[in-house]
Design a protein around this ligand. Structure first.
Ligand SMILES: [Fe+2]
Ligand SMILES: [Fe+2]
Ligand SMILES: [Fe+2]
Ligand SMILES: [Fe+2]
Length: 322
């Protein structure tokens, strides 16, 4: 726990000022004696490092969303200890790994900048991504997926419109921030994929990563809005985040067959964590070191070590189930 606090502090001190609010609460808990633990990474990371940080954020957000669903399945199968392990690991992925990468990448800006970033994402999903996925699913005979993608495309259009209205209010000081959308939580029982085409499966995977990322980003944006005293905007971001996770991600997870038995879920988690620990993060660390992004390199190395611990903990849990 202490090491995490220190890491958050270091990131908090070194991140662009725009990103700092996301980590303030954790940084404040670190001992003041450590506050000189700064390093030479106040510059914007190299484009390759930024791209790697964004890939990391996507993976971390996806792990968070998946592990919470795996936790629910473990509870259903009466493995409460495994449920707790998945939930605790999910929290690390979001509150430490995702947040630190976002701070290093400067993801969180002013409320207006956060809204513009969100509008761009929603516009792409509404106009391009989900329409393309729906058309492909339809032509491959995956009609359930085509229906879901079409429904989600419409939701993203509403998200974009609400964020546009909010941006006007934030920039002009006039008008009312829209009320947050209501999320209808979709249950995700264990089960096989409900689509047949490989292309639909790949599109579902892309879509789930996008939804998990949107949830995690909007959660940070909500935190920033709250810290700057804009509670209505905080509610809009938090409510939209819940739709991305509990409706969109969850609906896609059902069709993708993301959740299986707890043993299979643990095996999948172990493979993912090992890949991050031994391939993904060490590779990112090496690249960041090569271009002099020392803070990012340290983040990638520390995170690789954490993922190895996650893999080991899941492995122990799997052994106990046999
Ligand atoms: Fe992680
Ligand atoms: Fe959305
Ligand atoms: Fe969404
Ligand atoms: Fe992990």
């Amino acid at each position: 726990m202490f090491r995490y606090s220190l890491r958050m502090l270091v990131v908090g001190l070194c991140a662009l000022t725009a990103a700092a609010p996301a980590v303030t609460a954790v940084a404040a808990t670190a001992p003041t004696g450590q506050q000189r633990a700064t390093h030479a990474a106040t510059r914007t990371p190299h484009p390759q490092t930024l791209s790697d940080l964004n890939t990391a954020m996507k993976g971390e957000a996806f792990a968070y969303a998946s592990y919470n669903l795996f936790a629910a399945e473990a509870d259903r199968q009466a493995y409460p200890a495994v449920g707790r392990l998945f939930r605790a690991t999910a929290r690390t992925e979001l509150n430490e790994h995702f947040r630190e990468a976002a701070a290093l990448a400067g993801t969180v800006g002013s409320n207006a900048a956060n809204l513009r970033q969100s509008i761009n994402g929603e516009t792409y999903e509404h106009q391009v991504m989900y329409r393309r996925f729906a058309a492909q699913a339809r032509s491959d005979g995956d009609l359930k997926a085509a229906g879901l993608f079409t429904e989600i495309a419409a939701d993203e259009g509403r998200h974009r419109d609400a964020f546009r209205t909010a941006l006007k209010v934030v920039t002009t000081g006039h008008g009312t921030i829209p009320a947050p959308p209501k999320a209808d939580t979709v249950p995700v029982p264990a089960g096989p994929p409900k689509v047949k085409a490989d292309r639909t499966k790949a599109n579902l995977d892309t879509a789930m990563h996008g939804e998990a990322l949107a949830y995690a980003k909007y959660t940070l944006f909500a935190g920033h809005a709250r810290q700057t005293g804009n509670t209505a905007l905080a509610r809009l971001f938090a409510g939209t985040a819940r739709v991305e996770l509990h409706e969109h991600f969850a609906g896609e997870a059902v069709l993708a067959g993301l959740v299986r038995t707890t043993k299979v879920n643990l095996r999948k988690a172990i493979a993912g964590e090992r890949n991050e620990a031994t391939v993904v993060y060490p590779g990112f660390a090496e690249r960041a070191t090569r271009v002099g992004d020392t803070a990012a390199a340290r983040y990638f190395r520390d995170t690789a070590a954490d993922e190895a611990k996650h893999a080991a903990a899941f492995q122990r849990a799997l052994k106990r189930l046999h």
